[in-house]
Design a protein around this ligand. Structure first.
Ligand SMILES: Cc1cc2nc3c(=O)[nH]c(=O)nc-3n(C[C@H](O)[C@H](O)[C@H](O)COP(=O)(O)O)c2cc1C
Ligand code: SF4
Length: 433
């Protein structure tokens, strides 16, 4: 594993990393000064485009391209929303940034706002992040007190207000359209796309929604240039990446490495290998919404958007959950089905009803009362929620938002890849009765 110097987490072990002075002492807000002195908004967009930065919230969409979608001739205001709702199981990277270096994300928000001509930005923070909310409030206060926010920031003539909004504990409010509805004071029900938020988002005005980690990359891109950023990782994805490793590993935690690092390096080197020297059975590479990979599928697999999609899964939130040989796949599958049934917003029939049926059927199998028909039924239901999963044809999507696929893909992958375990549960039940 080649040596790599952390960029986003380099100073997080300093006691004062979360304060304004702590951030400034290590070069914080220098990118902002440079930008105001030397760059027009279009030049910022060009630089970010050239850096090949792709969103870190899950979908991996290029940030500069998204900015470019904002209509040039719009008479409406433009908004920026920082998505700090982080609720994907197995994911805790944004939380680290919010806790340890909130000013890096704030600096990114000011840079992004300047680029898209936004003068009112929001931070939508997960309701359960109580401590992070307190830290963020203090950071925003410090920024206002030192003219990093407010009117005529650092004498640049640019104005920006930032408002923090706390969520109320709904996973679906991390989905950008659900988040926007919630921010508008409504029930967090995702809207159909298109129109995408860059055209019609908050209050039906052009809105950019960006993940915490994405925004935290921006100061570094302006400070050190697009070419430097692009030189990290591979052509398939540039820059540093925060990976969350949890489950049956010796050293769970958040690790910063380049995009495109080998999954095996993350599990066996950074994660310290499996507890008690056990055998690897399977892994979620990108949170519980990604299809699982069996141990025999991960050799040589790189953690970037394209390599994982070629492996019929996704980088998603980079929440790597490691399962060892002792893990009962039927039980884990039931557990995640319960999560999705609980978190479905209930707008679309296939998602609302399908997730409930999946729990009932999986529970039946788990309790030893299932049949082989139940296993086929899981495939049918997941097809109905998430579309027929044929990645070569791109044939998926039957619901208003991608939550449908986020349920269908992992559940289907459990049954497809560990069918024998589901059959064994059915057989056990038959023996007992
Ligand atoms: C069900 C669901 C939950 C999501 N939760 C989050 C989340 O907690 N945080 C996040 O940044 N993106 C989340 N996303 C992705 C957002 O919709 C959006 O793509 C992202 O915030 C855009 O930021 P980026 O371009 O920086 O990645 C979620 C998507 C779905 C479908
Ligand atoms: S797919 Fe599920 S979560 Fe998304 S809008 Fe439909 S019901 Fe709601």
């Amino acid at each position: 594993m080649a040596s790599f110097e952390p960029i986003l987490t380099r100073h997080i072990h300093r006691e004062d990393s979360h304060t304004l002075s702590g951030y400034k002492n290590v070069g914080g807000y220098k990118a902002l000064e440079k930008m105001f002195k030397t760059m027009a908004p279009d030049e910022v967009i060009e630089e970010v485009n050239a850096s090949n930065l792709r969103g870190r919230g899950g979908a991996g969409f290029p940030t500069g391209v998204k900015w470019g979608f904002i209509p040039k001739d719009s008479h409406k205001p433009t908004y920026l929303i920082c998505n700090a709702d982080e609720s994907e199981p197995g994911t805790f990277k944004d939380r680290l940034l919010l806790n340890k270096t909130p000013h890096m994300m704030l600096e990114g928000m000011i840079i992004s706002s300047y680029a898209i001509d936004c003068h009112l930005a929001f931070i939508y923070i997960r309701g359960e992040f109580y401590q992070e909310h307190k830290i963020l409030e203090k950071a925003v206060e410090e920024a206002y007190a030192t003219n990093l926010l407010g009117n005529d920031i650092l004498g640049s003539g640019f104005d920006l207000e930032v408002v923090i909004h706390r969520g109320a504990g709904a996973y679906i409010c991390g989905e950008e359209m659900g988040l926007i509805e919630s921010l508008e004071g409504k029930r967090g029900w995702p809207r159909i796309k298109p129109p995408f938020p860059a055209i019609e988002g908050y209050l039906r005005c052009p809105t950019i929604v960006s993940n915490v980690e994405t925004l935290a990359c921006l100061p570094h891109i302006l400070n050190r240039g697009a070419d430097w950023f692009k030189s990290i990782g591979s052509e398939k994805g540039s820059g540093p990446k925060l990976y969350c490793i949890s489950g049956r590993v010796n050293n769970p935690g958040v690790y910063e490495e380049p995009l495109g690092i080998l999954l095996t390096d993350l599990i066996f080197k950074r994660g310290g290998g499996l507890i008690d020297g056990r055998e690897l059975k399977a892994v979620f590479p990108g949170g519980s919404s990604s299809a699982i990979l069996r141990a025999d599928e991960i050799d040589g697999l790189r953690m970037d958007f394209d390599s994982l999609s070629a492996a019929k899964t996704m980088l998603g939130s980079a929440g790597i959950i490691v399962m060892d040989e002792t893990v009962d796949m039927v039980s884990v599958c039931l557990n995640i089905a319960r999560f999705y049934a609980h978190e479905s917003c209930g707008q679309c029939t296939p998602c609302r009803e399908g997730t409930t049926w999946l729990v009932k059927i999986l529970n039946r199998i788990y309790q030893g009362n299932g049949s082989l028909n139940d296993i086929d039924m899981i495939f049918e239901i997941t097809d109905n929620i998430g579309g027929l999963i044929d990645f070569s044809k791109g044939s998926f999507g039957k619901t208003i938002c991608p939550f449908g696929e986020a349920v269908a893909w992992p559940i289907r992958s459990f049954v497809e890849k560990f069918k024998d375990e589901f059959i064994a549960y059915v057989a056990k039940g038959v023996e007992v009765s």
